[in-house]
Design a protein around this ligand. Sequence first.
Ligand code: PNS
Length: 159
Amino acid sequence: MAIAIYPGSFDPVHFGHLDIIERASTHYDTLIVATIRNPQKAQQLFELDEREEMIREVTAHLSNIKVEFFKGLLVDFARDHDVRAIVKSLRAVSDFDYELQMAQMNHRLSGIDTFFMPTSPQYSFLSSSLVREVARFGGDVSSMVPTVVAQRLKERFAK
Ligand code: PNS
């Protein structure tokens, strides 16, 4: 059984992520969407359980998705879950340097390969941090995130 993992902060999940999840899930028996509290990203908007809940809701139409969170090294989590492949998305060339470095490090640590998927062009400008910023100032994010996520953002910034 081919199990892959798609890791990220997903704070919050947006249409660019969902596009990758939908496309990647067709290539593997199971795709684990794994959320992490990334210590390199100081500003977290949603708690891990909220992010997981949103991912579960927006992937409910896909039968081979598991949603998990992990702490520590991605490759340790991957090994514990019998994962054969790490899926990462590339929005633009600017993503490549860091992603390549992580892929090489993860391979050195575990032998697990990373498979890069290009983001669909209509989503290449999207990032969770920009979505948070637009929503924080009352901008319309309805074309960028699923309805349940837009609603959560609205509630969060109404306070
Ligand atoms: O959505 P993000 O924040 O860009 O995702 C980055 C993530 C979570 C995939 C990366 O930071 C990660 O894998 N963190 C886990 C810790 C780890 O394994 N670090 C070594 C990476 S080579």
